[in-house]
Design a protein. Structure first.
Length: 211
């Protein structure tokens, strides 16, 4: 069965480039991004892994651990690291799961047989401190992901986990946010002292509350 938002992210044991780990224990009460790529020594994946390594400080600033996965063996992950550094200037600085027996790929539905029955697709799972899945994304092998978008999503997920707000289309950290429908106008005046503008009765906008 597919993993849905709000589900507990299934726990697993895996061999990684940073040693064996158990997912929930490794993650602790941090946020985590678990992402798969189709195959080592391939061009799009090389650029993606370099991008994640470059952005590691940004993930850390958001209390978020990052972990990659493919069905390639550990020695391939290790050798490929040199190419990733050569091409992107950034060597992988996060664990990469060697899922040769596809145990984790199958657990998370990362193999889509009508796309490829031998490789994982480009899956992303964002997992909250409570181990619940907050977001999932699936891209095909031919399309590299935008990891800045993942940081933007983390900003939204973390803000909306704390305040009764939602973020509008194309929102980025620092922009105005939307007060959720569950909050009455009277409660909104108390909870959002910077005030709000009601563009319609159901679309009330307020400055980002944690700024
Ligand atoms: C790539 O990363 O470029 C790639 C990987 C698997 C299939 C096709 C492309």
């Amino acid at each position: 069965m597919s993993i849905r938002l709000g589900d507990i992210a299934p726990d697993f044991e895996a061999q990684t480039t940073e040693g064996p780990l158990r997912f929930h224990e490794w993650k602790g009460d941090s946020w985590a991004v678990l992402f798969s790529h189709p195959k080592d020594f391939t061009p799009v994946c090389t650029t993606e892994l370099g991008a994640v390594a470059r952005l590691k400080p940004e993930f850390e600033r958001r209390n978020t651990k990052v972990i990659g996965l493919s069905v390639d063996p550990l020695d391939a992950h290790a050798r490929w690291g040199d190419d990733i550094e050569h091409v992107t200037g950034h060597k992988p600085n996060f664990p990469m799961i060697a899922d040769s027996d596809r145990a984790v790929s199958n657990l998370y539905g990362m193999i889509h047989p009508n796309a490829s029955d031998t490789m994982t697709v480009r899956s992303v799972f964002v997992v909250g401190p409570d181990h619940k899945v907050k977001l999932s994304l699936t891209y095909p092998a031919s399309t590299g992901r935008n990891f800045d978008e993942l940081l933007r999503v983390l900003d939204s997920l973390q803000l909306t986990a704390t305040y009764a707000v939602a973020t509008p289309a194309d929102w980025k950290d620092g922009d105005n946010v939307i007060i959720t429908a569950a909050v009455s106008d009277d409660a909104a005046r108390e909870r959002f002292p910077k005030g709000f503008v009601a563009k319609t009765p159901y679309l009330r906008v307020t400055p980002q509350p944690n700024r």
